[in-house]
Design a protein around this ligand. Structure first.
Ligand SMILES: [Zn+2]
Ligand SMILES: [Zn+2]
Length: 428
């Protein structure tokens, strides 16, 4: 009989495309969040937390009915009252919804926000791609100035730099605005329709729904065909062109390197002007760590005031993968400074009391919870990497003392129980 089987006869597994963040990785996850909070808050960004699910229509309208996400990848369900809800596939639409609903336009503009949390897309799981995945992102709503585009990009690149990533490249593009894009889309469609057979089935569908999306295709033959296609970046109107030039100038001022990518057309309908992406060559075919862009019409599209905006989202799983591939130290150790050994049950209470006292004054302290032998407890202390071990036996307890062992020098010393804390503080 398989002894792993429980009484019900079924061993549960996490759903496909999800993962458990076990302690070491979970600690890293929140360290990444912590570091982002420090950096972003210094730049005036404030945290926002929105629900993990929203009304389905919110995403249909923002991401666009024709996008792969809305057509195939959303986790949509009906609740008990028959309302259609969707697990958020991204956070920009929820943040914009909150901006309008909670009247953030009454605050100082631009409103600068950041978030981190899980997102959901029904995609084929592969390296660095999950159905539940974490994103860290920024949204700055209420300014169209190139200054804020540059700021958002600089913050992203400085964050990645601080983490120790070296082999990453920032790609920069522009999608123009309604002014220049409509003309261009017509030209592109003409070009694409003259060679429909050369494109894959997905692209044929894209050409029908939204020709700009062909640039999302990862298939080599399609990419080849697109080399000769007209590029939006060559058809920008004067205002868009000037905006783009200003960003390039400001990035240079900030010392941020970039590569212009004329095919950088992001998959969402709502993007205007600036688009950017950060890639790592070490990540294989899923090489984008994250990216973002400007979405000047989205707030208005949701019935809010005219509030041009820009943001980025960083995929945490890919980020961790990139850190690992570059050999950046990601192991986060749980540091245990002290270990208290209770030699037998009669000393456990005194040991527990000391444990609480020492934790209260800031030490990280562990003890044994399985009534192990003295020998086994010493081994355990060693495994935890404890610097000092405090041993409390019946004899010590009678004299109201504790024996302190320095694990580095192996020297031992008996001291008054009441002075253990001050003694250890001096050693700290
Ligand atoms: Zn294709
Ligand atoms: Zn334009």
């Amino acid at each position: 009989m398989d002894k792993r089987k429980n009484k019900v006869g079924k061993i549960f597994k996490a759903p496909r495309g999800t993962q458990d963040y076990l302690p070491e990785k979970a600690t890293l996850l929140y360290r990444l969040d912590q570091l982002a909070a420090e950096k972003f808050e210094k730049a005036g960004y404030r945290r926002i937390v929105t629900p993990t699910f929203e009304e389905t229509g919110l995403f249909q309208r923002s991401i666009g009915e024709s996008s792969d996400i809305v057509r195939k990848e959303m986790y949509t369900f009906e609740d008990r009252k028959g309302r259609s809800l969707t697990l958020r596939p991204e956070a920009t639409a929820p943040v914009v919804r909150a901006y309008i609903e909670r009247n953030l336009q009454a605050e100082i503009q631009p409103v600068k926000l950041y978030y981190m949390g899980p997102m959901y897309r029904y995609e084929r799981p592969q390296a660095g791609r999950y159905r539940e995945f974490w994103q860290l992102g920024i949204e700055a709503i209420g300014s169209s100035a190139a200054l804020i585009d540059a700021e958002v990009i600089v913050i992203l690149m400085q964050y990645l730099d601080e983490l120790g990533l070296k082999e990453i490249t920032l790609y920069l593009g522009s999608m123009g605005d309604d002014n220049c894009r409509v003309d261009y889309a017509g030209q592109l469609k003409g070009y694409l329709e003259s060679r429909l057979d050369s494109f894959c089935e997905d692209c044929n569908e894209r050409i029908r729904f939204n020709p700009l999306r062909v640039f999302d295709c990862k298939k080599e033959p399609c990419k080849q065909q697109l080399k000769e296609a007209p590029k939006l970046i060559d058809h920008l109107c004067n205002e868009c062109s000037e905006h783009f030039e200003n960003i390039k100038r400001l990035l240079k001022v900030a010392g941020v390197d970039f590569v212009i990518d004329p095919t950088l057309v992001r998959g969402f309908d709502y993007y205007t002007r600036t688009t950017f992406e950060v890639k790592s060559p070490l990540l294989g075919s899923q090489d984008a760590l994250g990216g973002g862009g400007r979405y000047d019409r989205l707030v208005e599209q949701y019935g809010g005031p005219d509030s041009p905006a820009i943001g980025f989202a960083l995929g945490i799983e890919r980020l961790i993968l990139a850190l690992e591939k570059e050999g950046v130290k990601t192991k986060v150790e749980n540091e245990i400074g002290l270990f208290i050994v209770a030699i037998d049950e009669s000393t456990q209470e005194a040991a527990f009391k000391l444990l609480i006292e020492l934790r209260n004054i800031g030490f990280s302290v562990e003890m044994d919870y399985l009534s192990r032998s003295l020998r086994a407890q010493m081994k355990l202390a060693d495994k935890y990497g404890a610097r000092y071990v405090i041993i409390i036996g019946p004899d010590e307890l009678k004299r109201d003392e504790a024996r302190i062992k320095d694990m580095q020098t192996s020297s031992e010393k008996n001291i008054d129980m009441s002075e253990t804390a001050s003694y250890l503080l001096k050693k700290k």
